[in-house]
Design a protein. Sequence first.
Length: 743
Amino acid sequence: MKPTSSNVPPESEARIRAALPCTWHAFFARFPHLRDVQKTAILPILHGESIIVNAPTASGKTEAIVAPVVERYLKNRIRNQVSATQTDKPLASSKKGKAGHVDIGVGPAILMVAPTKALCNDLYRRLSKPVQNVGLEIAVRTGDAPNFNAEKPPAFVVTTPESLDSLIARKPASLIYLQSIIIDEIHLIYANGRGDQLQCLLSRLKLLNKNKVQICASSATVPEIEQIAHNFLGDDGKMIACTSGTREIVANIMNIADDPQLAMDETVKIIESMLLESPTRKLIAFCNSRSNVENIVHGLRRNPRIASLVFAHHGSLSKEERLRTEKQFLMARNAACVATSTLELGIDIGDVDRIVLLGPPPDVSSLIQRIGRGSRLLNYSQVCCLANSVFNAHRFMHLVECARLEMLFPDPVTFRPTTIVQQALSICLQNPDCWIGKKALYDRLPQAAHDVFSLEDCGDVLESMTLGGMFRKVERGRYVPEAKTQFLFNRGYMHSMIADRPETDVVDAVTGRTLGSVYLKQSSKNAIQTGTGVSLTLAGNAHTVSYMKDQKLFVKRGSESSELGFLALEPPRYSLGLARSFAKYMHIPDNAFYIKCVPATLDVVSEFNPKFGDLLCPEVALSQQDVPPGSEYLVIHFMGTIGSMLLQHFFEKQGYALKKASRTPFFLRLTAKPALTAFPDEETLFTQFQMYVHANVSSFAKLLQPGPWLNLIPETFVLRWLLHSIDIKAYARTLANLPIYLI
């Protein structure tokens, strides 16, 4: 049974104000009126219902949840104080689980979970004043907040999934009187391993608390909102959706050069001109890679007129550098911040006038997040899209069209088995006696895990972890931690579901400040060891490497940068639904499959457009003698990320080699002419595709972003996870019996 949408009409402001005697002034006095989502959500949340609030960015979702949650806590505290006075019993004597008891001074009553440390800090900055104005303490509990007092935590705690995992494992007794859990920006976490982890943590918190814990969440417009509500809130959760505040998208698509250096130069000029148009202009330029961020910022800072107005923001910068950027950009009247997806989050960076996108975002949700960061004072979203090819210009246009129609094309992944490993470690160390058994593990997993993995499967995972040196099996089916596990726990390394990146810290040799991290190629390491000059750009500034010590690079500010080293992260998958929708937009017929003969040196993809799609027809099929020597064969498939890999294996099994690095969600390149005339029937394709997954478990698993600990999972479990997550029948159905034409 899935949660149902709420059809409750918005309440009047007067009634809501009367219902919030403690929090109204602190949270809403500075606003002229309530937003529609606030009028709809506040009273149900105040009554203790578990709610997911689904509304556009900047629609007031956070206040719509936090204010009634705090009000409810304050009312319960007053009620308990009155009850204690009447019975002449002190509150501190209340036993665990006593109904309504929420204020004992030994643990938080309200937990707010945010996707990142940066967003936790931002939420603390935004909420500290109103929360403190009603007489409550609020604190951040993350790995970057060492001043958090775990012995006397405040009533309101803002944290991340990793830090919450650490808190449950180390101080479970501090969480037994929780009243409410708020999940901020849940759409940024649900589809990855950290979302699986958070489901486990909610399941464990429910076991810690005999009272029912209210769970509320905020979400922007995302696919599968019902499934998200079901997984995180449970069957009794409700959804409140509000479309008011949804803004029209005004997209200006500009063509830039396809040459990488020329494209960077043109992008720099475009941002320069936008920044100089007005002394009060603020803009964010989103890039799809960290290297592009650094190149653009470095280019912009060559102009002395704007050098101090330009900032960089991406995941390889240190926490201090990112916080400094966020603060300076927030306070600036005229500035540009060039960023990766790190600024898609709801971090408050002030009113941004313009959004610039260098290259199409990976999916519709990402486009909505990025453009939602700007033009918040207008009733429309204005975005400048920079396309380095005709094909990418059409990708932009298709994504914008899908965003306008709220066609989001979900690509769900089943509960990751690696989360079971991580949780087994955490649960074991939570136990004062430091042991875990398969039932203790199974009982603390959420329903999403039970849908795929059994009690016996949990036992097999524990056995696999024992073989991997993490546990030692003792009597009565119990497992105890080995020294390796205790080390990971003591260092706080076992709470993350994010795979480690082999990057090297970069330290300013003069100030000692950590600037960020880079990925060093072996050639760069060799050059540093031999004393050859190596330079890099970080935070838009050029640096020269002075020396390397204790696996850290010590650098000094330089004048030019010759090398960049950032590890390329696996991009989000391009789903089958989005790819087929794009094929339709590009006028590609769905009743046949086309392979185009092209010269090996010709880049036909960059000029691919809907008119080309109109020309696809079997009448122009080539014969063998029509094929020029040295040709390659462009497979026009538009099957998405996973579909592209399935097709790669299909053609390779038929004896046709792929050109290296030619696989994309839309095209492949073969080095030899295929003699195939049609695809097999659906059942045959389904069987073949299953065989490809069986034979290439690690490759397909990588596409689904499994997180760390994969080496501790039996391969049969990983395979089962893949077969649950990949809709192989949908791929087989799409291609079944299609004629193959060479054109």
